[in-house]
Design a protein around this ligand. Structure first.
Ligand code: NAD
Ligand code: WQD
Length: 340
């Protein structure tokens, strides 16, 4: 298949691109590099031993999308749509930017797919759509809601696509609800490269281990969890990328218009457990202090991934220790992320 990958230069997109190529698919990347460095593309080309087709534009640009979909020499068979802004705190400060980018991209893309009769779409959703009071393990049939504009863009995008498949029943859409993706490509050449100080725990830990940040602030030790710190379902980005290939394959061979799958390990790991795992992986002590809870955080989040296992034959295979080892390899090889 020729697969259009929006956001293909980003963290999850770049790992998925490598797996698509390894599986024999052709890949066309659209990324506006709002949160990626162009040097990612050189790394991907080296790892894949082939040149890549990359278009640098905003997915909301209908004229550029039309030109891409209309190219008779390179017809698009399916789309994996990663492109979005993803920082929760920034979304509270700049809600309109988030709604414009995250909804505008999906609308323009879905409309272009309909114009050019492209029927298969895999969409990056998030466990954030389960809101703040969902029971664990979280199942796909739970109601959706959100606590911040970023989360609402995922809930709204899901609704847009649910409505689209009703009106256009030939569409085949997968909504993939990721839990907490971490880790890096085993080569150490591709990984997560947050701009500025990381918001998320794993890249923050990696920078503390490196000595770039003096210590970790643990946001609360008074949750009703194994040790009082927040519990999350971490999954290796390589397992997550494999989930996209499985979902793409499934929607290409089944007739259900809309599918929703959790992609998680089904295991909860606390902040303090992850600190210990990272210490083992890096051989370094991680200084930390307990501080107040972060507003908006929930105590515990982990998936029931059994639907994806049953239908897709997909499950995670890498452990939390693997995730830390691979993150550390990437971080050590690239202490300042990708070169500019
Ligand atoms: P990322 O920021 O690394 O990748 C997104 C890519 O999309 C970036 O390369 C960025 O430059 C590009 N982009 C953003 N808006 C664009 C636009 N309008 N047009 C073209 N390119 C655009 O993020 P990621 O971690 O790889 O996340 C990928 C997707 O998965 C996002 O939709 C995100 O919301 C979702 N997701 C991420 C996580 C996570 O923890 N990383 C969890 C759940 C869901
Ligand atoms: C994990 C745990 C923190 C940083 C976020 C988004 C979510 C999804 C994934 C996209 C929590 C604790 C963190 C730190 C800490 N993204 N923590 N000190 O909050 O589960 O999910 O990323 O869809 O929408 O909200 O991930 O990595 O930020 O936090 O103690 O410096 O680590 O309180 O318990 P989170 P995270």
């Amino acid at each position: 298949m020729r697969v259009l990958v929006t956001g293909g230069a980003g963290y999850i997109g770049s790992h998925t691109v490598l797996q698509l190529l390894a599986a024999g698919h052709q890949v066309v990347i659209v990324d506006d590099f709002s949160n990626a460095k162009p040097t990612v593309v050189n790394r991907l080309e080296t790892l894949a031993s082939q040149p890549l087709t990359v278009h640098a534009f905003d997915v909301a640009d209908r004229d550029r999308l039309d030109a891409l979909f209309a190219d008779p020499a390179a017809p698009i068979d399916a789309v994996i749509h990663f492109a979005a802004f993803k920082a929760v705190g920034e979304s509270v400060a700049k809600p309109l930017d988030y709604y414009r980018n995250n909804l505008g991209a999906t609308l323009a893309l879905a409309e272009a797919m309909l114009r050019y009769d492209v029927r298969h779409l895999v969409f990056s959703s998030s466990a954030t759509v389960y809101g703040e009071s969902a029971p664990v393990p979280m199942t796909e049939d739970l109601p959706t809601s959100a606590t911040n504009p970023y989360g609402w863009t995922k809930v709204m995008n899901e609704q847009i696509l649910r409505d689209a498949v009703v009106a256009h029943p030939l569409l085949r859409v997968a909504l993939l609800r990721y839990f907490n993706p971490v880790g890096a490509h085993p080569s150490g050449q591709i990984g997560e490269d947050p701009a500025g100080i990381p918001n998320n725990l794993m890249p923050y830990l990696a920078q503390v281990a490196l000595g770039r940040i003096p210590k970790l602030s643990v946001f609360g030790d008074d949750y009703d969890t194994v040790d009082g710190s927040g519990v999350r379902d971490y999954l290796h980005v390589e397992d997550l990328a494999a989930g996209h290939l499985a979902a793409l394959e499934w929607i290409s061979t089944h007739d259900r218009p809309l599918s929703v799958w959790n992609l998680g390990s089904g295991q909860g790991t606390s902040v303090l457990e992850l600190v210990r795992a990272f210490e083992r992986a890096s051989g370094r002590e991680i200084p930390y202090e307990i501080v107040a809870r972060r507003p908006g955080d929930i105590a515990t989040s982990y998936a029931d991934p059994s639907l994806a296992e049953r239908e897709l034959g997909w499950r995670t295979t890498r452990t939390v220790d693997d995730m830390c080892v691979d993150t550390w390899r990437w971080q050590q090889a690239n202490p300042h992320g990708y070169p500019s």
